[in-house]
Structure formats: C-alpha cells, structure tokens
Design a protein around this ligand. Structure first.
Ligand code: AMP
Length: 214
C-alpha cells in the first residue's frame, strides 16, 4: 500500500506517518527529514538546500524529484511507502505520476489532513524531539512523562528544528497556500482525495486514518 499525506506544516503528517509506518509495515518517506539529513551530513545537496529551508521557502522541484525517485527504488519501499511532505507543487505531483508509471507503481490513498491555520504556529513552535531516538514531543500538547527525559529511550537531550520559529513558520504556511494548495485540486479532480480532521486528538486522527485504510 502506497499513501500520500497532504496538509500544511504542523498538520501532523509526520506524527501520523510514524504511527502508520509501525502499524502497517510501511516506510515513511519525509522529504523534509531527507533534506535535514543531507544538511547534517554537509553534502553538496544539503548545502544547496539549507539556505532555502532556513528561510521557509521550497527547495527546487528538480532536486526533490531526483531525491525521492532514488529513495522509492530502494528495497525497503517494496512493502509500501507513505509520502510525507511530497509532492508540494504541481510539477512535483505531475513528476510523481510519471515516475510511478515508469516504475509500475500506484498510489492507493491520497489523504488530506484538514486543519485550522491559526493553530499551526502554536503547534509548530512548541515541538521538539529526542536527539537520541527522534521521538516527537510538544511543550503543551505532548509533554514527556518525566521532565527532561524521553519516554521512549530515557534520553535527556532534545532538539528543535531550526525552521520551527514563528517567523519562518509564517513563510512556510504562505508557501503551502501558494504552491502546495493547488495540488489539492489536482487530486480532487482525479477523484482520489480523502480527508481526515487534523484538528482532532492525535489518537483520534490515527483512528480516522485506520478507518480509511481498512
Ligand atoms: P518539512 O519537514 O516537510 O516541513 O520540510 C522542511 C523544509 O524542507 C521545507 O520548508 C522546505 O524548505 C523543504 N522541503 C521539504 N519537502 C519539500 C518538497 N517536497 N519540495 C520542496 N521543498 C521541500
């Protein structure tokens, strides 16, 4: 089963993709995570992407399309994948269609997580993750059980994304409305769009997704 999760930054795509990954044996393909790994490794690709990511803009379609195409070819994607953060522009959606056709693959579900934009800034600026295992938390909505200790691995170091500050979040939301929202129409017109209420509690969103996926 191959899925696309759509929605603005902060909608909960990453959180839900991790749960679906565990629940259905799928691989989460987050273009944001891939780019952050490239930046951390100091690669040429990472150097190209860093400035744009820090400003909240979108990295070039060509770079992203090549990166995701190579990733889908890896063996671990054979059991199915969840696209999280891709496609993000109409050219990316079109390139995805033709690359899937070339690879003999199809998308089984395109799911939009609908959210209220005003809530996204609070959601994003409060989030942090364990530096050791990557478990995600939030200052207000998902605190660690013990202060300063990761629930999953007992790690005591946490990180916040460089682009999760109020100013950059606004640019990212603008980029979403200007460049990504048109692809909602693209998938709606194809008649394949499903949606879940991304404002619901995390567990309730997972239940809604499970109901769609069967
Ligand atoms: P995310 O983790 O999905 O919020 O992505 C973080 C940043 O990586 C975005 O603000 C963009 O600068 C870049 N990025 C991630 N995915 C894409 C994409 N599909 N197209 C263009 N830029 C992307």
């Amino acid at each position: 089963m191959n899925l696309i999760l759509l929605g603005p930054p902060g909608a909960g795509k990453g959180t839900q993709a991790k749960r679906l990954q565990d629940g259905y044996g799928l691989v989460q393909l987050s273009t944001g995570d891939m780019l952050r790994a490239e930046v951390a490794s100091g690669s040429y690709l990472g150097k190209q992407a860093k400035e744009v990511m820090d400003s909240g803009g979108l990295v070039s379609d060509e770079l992203i399309i090549n990166m995701i195409s190579g990733r889908i070819d890896k063996d671990d994607c054979k059991a199915g994948f969840i696209l999280d953060g891709f496609p993000r522009t109409t050219p990316q959606a079109e390139a995805l269609d033709s690359m899937l056709q070339d690879k003999g693959l199809t998308i089984d579900h395109v799911i939009e997580m609908t959210v209220d934009d005003d809530a996204m800034v609070t959601r994003i600026t409060g989030r942090f993750s364990c530096s050791n295992c990557g478990a995600g938390y939030h200052d207000e909505f998902q605190k660690t059980e013990k202060d300063g200790v990761c629930d999953k691995c007992d790690g005591t170091e946490f990180t916040r994304r460089a682009d999760d500050n109020a100013e950059t979040v606004r640019t990212r939301l603008e980029a979403y409305h200007e460049q990504t929202a048109p692809i909602l129409t693209y998938y709606r017109e194809k008649g394949v769009m499903e949606s879940v209420d991304g404002m619901a509690l995390i567990d309730d969103v997972t239940e809604q997704l499970n109901a769609l996926l069967g």
